[in-house]
Design a protein. Structure first.
Length: 250
């Protein structure tokens, strides 16, 4: 890709049952016909929270549902005078960059395991001329500098959480590795993140997560056992993803 030039996305027909199509629509807020199949286009331009992002093939294209995750993360961070925000599984940088733009007084750190995704995120950062966000490669919180121990106001994440039993319904809509979570219920990455985040969160900080609505009952009990407060959940609409804000008690 050269400068802001992009290749217009192509779309293809994918044979899904009506139930699978509705599940994808509920989970993402996007109709399948609007989702660029990863082998059909080199890159796409998308708009997320009023910022333009270039997303190369093989990187998750942020959905409207993720804007609710961003909104709640910004609300949580806004309760701190100079917050440090960590975006885990940043992909093309959508949440991290939108948060950095909305809160110029914040310091934003973002991680991902994909070098392709991080290259896209850094390119988007340069084009948007944002100086208060940094990207690092690695799993979950592993790339964070030690100086952030007990300094983070918000950890926000949209890591893979879809149960493996639903893989067939999602594999046509998302790049490999960006939707299906490990473990029988898909929540093993979320569990690891919640456990590790306690080392970095300041008292009164927040963990902000996006999950399927039916997964929150299981995770809520586990979060309480880790010392978090009960999750505050966004109102659910059908089978759409549900964003939860979880406080690390003061």
């Amino acid at each position: 890709m050269r400068g802001d030039a992009i290749v217009a996305p192509l779309t293809i027909s994918v044979r899904l049952t009506p139930e699978q199509h509705q599940l994808i629509l509920d989970q993402t807020g996007r109709r399948l016909s609007a989702i660029p199949y990863e082998s059909a286009a080199r890159a796409v331009r998308c708009y997320f929270s009023r910022i333009a992002l270039n997303v190369p093939r093989g990187v998750f294209v942020p959905a409207a549902a993720t804007e609710r995750l961003l909104d709640i993360a910004i609300q949580a961070a806004s309760t701190f005078p100079r917050p440090t925000i960590v975006d885990v599984g940043t992909g093309c940088g959508a949440v991290a960059l939108a948060a950095a733009k909305a809160l110029p007084h914040a310091a934003v750190f973002a991680t991902d395991t994909s070098e392709l995704a991080l290259n896209a995120a850094r390119a988007n950062r340069r084009r948007l001329k944002l100086r208060n966000v940094r990207f690092a490669r690695g799993s979950l919180l592993a790339p964070l500098p030690r100086r952030l121990t007990s300094k983070v106001a918000v950890v926000v994440a949209n890591v893979p959480y879809v149960p493996p039993r639903l893989a067939d319904a999602f594999k046509a809509a998302f790049p490999e590795g960006t939707a299906i979570g490990p473990g029988e219920d898909g929540l093993d990455l979320v569990r690891e993140l919640a456990s590790g985040a306690r080392e970095y969160l300041i008292r009164g900080a927040f963990l902000v997560l996006q999950l399927a609505g039916f997964q929150w009952t299981t995770l809520a009990a586990e979060l309480l056992a880790l010392g978090y407060a009960a999750p505050e959940l966004q109102e659910q609409s059908g089978n759409a993803p549900v964003v939860g804000r979880v406080a690390w008690p003061s």
